[in-house]
Write a protein that binds this ligand. Structure first.
Ligand code: ADP
Length: 181
């Protein structure tokens, strides 16, 4: 049985394509719970990434430079192999809603069964519960949104990188007046 005050390395894996304030909030909170936190930048075979793994690492890095116990690494292949390879004892995942929970439960069970690694779920902070990387990319792809709103979802370096790849989000146009008869 592990010692009660044993050193615990946790791994927070994900695509982070791109990183959002929601991801950064989970990283900050998990860094307070574990001795060491490794952010694993992986490849989800179901999703074609917009940013390369190297770009995602660079987008993430400045946001935890001040947290002495956090570092990020890219990995290929199975998450559980990466976790075991870096000596991780715990997986961290963020939960925004029931859809997240139902998809994460099965994955957590598999990782426990095949890797003997527990998953700790952290609930998304209220202000980030609706933020997703997919949604942020869609805002740029559709040329919608506005720069002020984007800042609530992603940090500035990510907003700049998105604008460079997909074009700037447009300014919100003034609300249309209803025609009066
Ligand atoms: P994946 O492709 O592995 O789902 P993501 O980068 O989309 O990777 O998400 C990584 C983890 O962060 C997942 O556990 C996801 O539920 C969580 N997450 C994503 N967005 C948020 C958010 N806004 N708040 C909290 N957790 C989040």
């Amino acid at each position: 049985m592990p010692q009660r005050n044993a050193h615990i390395t946790a791994v927070y894996p994900g695509s982070f394509d791109p990183p959002t304030h929601g991801h950064l909030d989970i990283i900050r909170r998990a860094s307070h719970l574990f001795n060491q936190l490794i952010v694993g930048v992986g490849h989800n075979p179901d999703k074609e990434p917009l940013f390369s793994q190297d770009e995602r690492l660079k987008l993430l890095a400045p946001h935890f430079a001040h947290l002495h116990n956090v570092r990020a690494e890219a990995y290929e292949g199975l998450t559980i192999d990466f976790v075991c390879g870096v000596g991780g004892r715990v997986l961290v995942r963020g939960i925004r809603d029931l859809a997240d929970l139902s998809s994460e439960l099965q994955q957590a069970n598999v990782n426990l069964a095949i890797g003997a690694v527990d998953t700790v779920f952290l609930l998304a902070s209220e202000q980030y519960a609706l933020t997703s990387s997919t949604y942020v990319k869609q805002i740029y792809q559709l040329g919608g949104g506005d720069a002020t709103r984007i800042k609530r979802l992603v940090p500035e370096n990510v907003a700049r990188a998105l604008a460079a790849k997909l074009g700037k989000p447009k300014r919100r146009s003034p609300a249309r007046r209803r025609a009066t008869k």
